[in-house]
Design a protein around this ligand. Structure first.
Ligand SMILES: Cc1cc2nc3c(=O)[nH]c(=O)nc-3n(C[C@H](O)[C@H](O)[C@H](O)COP(=O)(O)OP(=O)(O)OC[C@H]3O[C@@H](n4cnc5c(N)ncnc54)[C@H](O)[C@@H]3O)c2cc1C
Length: 304
């Protein structure tokens, strides 16, 4: 029996565990993959307060160590479901069940992938999902942005200010983002628009860094190769919340509904980080949510 079980060991979940332990609650953090979450995919992070520059892995190691030193328990297994028994909640995993008084869900999101065979190998080695985070590493270089919605258009505009050339590649023959953004993209000299085009192969150099992509015109089926230093994939995020769909309220895109207090519609179940409804999804905002959710969960456990 734990006071609080945190589902997900990314920046949100680990920060929640840190705050809850410092409030003297018994805490278990359950993580299915790598403790540290998505940020472990980033070789260089320069916008975490207090750290001038470090790799995502270094940051994750420091955070996990800090949480362990505070005495949180950790389990490497996958949560399959949560059931609400009122005062007590049961967290079912692929390695047994755990009981607690409060749950903090911090399961993050996954970037929608293109579905190309060796795509995972290039994440952090040329493939990025965030121009704000990684754009500076491609200063004066050539990149491709994949997608045609608002995120892709914004990424292309931002990158056009840093890079010498940006290919904007969209599978449909029109953009789905706002007209004003589409106009801005069309009026930017160093953005080359490729509509009705899909990426169907990725090629690396001898160091395993992305160096070339093969694209195919969906109408003519003609293929060509483009030399790139980086590729930003902006075809959407997928929250990892399916297992909670019958328990708590999700919005139409699958994010857990919560206000700034990080409370869900079920008493004793809280949410933190990228998996909840919010505007900005970054390490700093995930950590902020973790602190808020943990302090609210502590109040709940204390009957306040
Ligand atoms: C390549 C890349 C570069 C980035 N660069 C930056 C940057 O420079 N600066 C910045 O601020 N942000 C950056 N981000 C964004 C940042 O990583 C996220 O905003 C942040 O990690 C969100 O934290 P989180 O804890 O909410 O979610 P996540 O980091 O996604 O962690 C959620 C965790 O929950 C686990 N989980 C999910 N479902 C289950 C389950 N059923 N059972 C058990 N565990 C589960 C997942 O395995 C994951 O480890 C980057 C993201 C990527 C992908």
């Amino acid at each position: 029996m734990y006071d609080i079980i945190v589902i997900g060991g990314g920046p949100a979940g680990l920060t929640a565990a840190l705050y809850a332990r410092r409030a003297n609650k018994s805490v278990l953090v359950i993580e299915k993959d790598a403790f540290g979450g998505q940020i472990t995919h980033s070789p260089k992070v320069e916008n975490i307060p207090g750290f001038y520059s470090l790799s995502g892995n270094e940051f994750a190691e420091k955070l996990v160590e800090q949480v362990m030193l505070q005495g949180a328990d950790v389990e490497s297994c996958q949560v399959l479901s949560v059931s609400d028994g009122g005062e007590y909640k049961t967290v079912k995993t692929d390695d047994g069940d755990f009981t607690c008084k409060a749950v903090i869900i911090a399961t993050g999101t996954k970037h929608r992938m293109l579905g190309i065979e060796n795509e995972e190998d290039f994440i952090g080695h040329g493939i990025s999902f965030c121009a704000v985070c990684d754009g500076a590493f491609y200063k004066d270089k050539t990149v491709a942005v994949i997608g045609g919605g608002n995120s892709a258009l914004q990424e292309a505009i931002l990158l056009s200010k840093l890079c010498c050339k940006v290919y904007l590649i969209q599978n449909l023959d029109f953009f789905t983002g706002e007209a004003s953004l589409s106009e801005q993209v069309k009026n930017t000299d160093n953005i080359e628009i490729m509509l009705g085009t899909v990426v169907n192969a990725l090629h690396g150099d001898t160091d395993g860094e992305l160096s070339k992509i093969t694209v195919e015109n969906t109408l003519s089926s003609q293929t060509s190769e483009i030399d790139v230093d980086g590729m930003f994939v902006a075809i959407g995020l997928v929250p990892q919340n399916e297992i909670f769909a019958s328990l708590i309220a999700l919005d139409e895109r699958g994010y857990i509904k919560a206000d700034e207090g990080c409370e869900t519609n079920v008493r004793g179940i809280f949410v933190a980080g990228d998996c909840r409804t919010k505007k900005i999804r970054q390490v700093a905002t995930a950590a902020s949510d973790g602190a808020t959710a943990a302090l609210d969960a502590c109040d709940y456990v204390d009957g306040r």
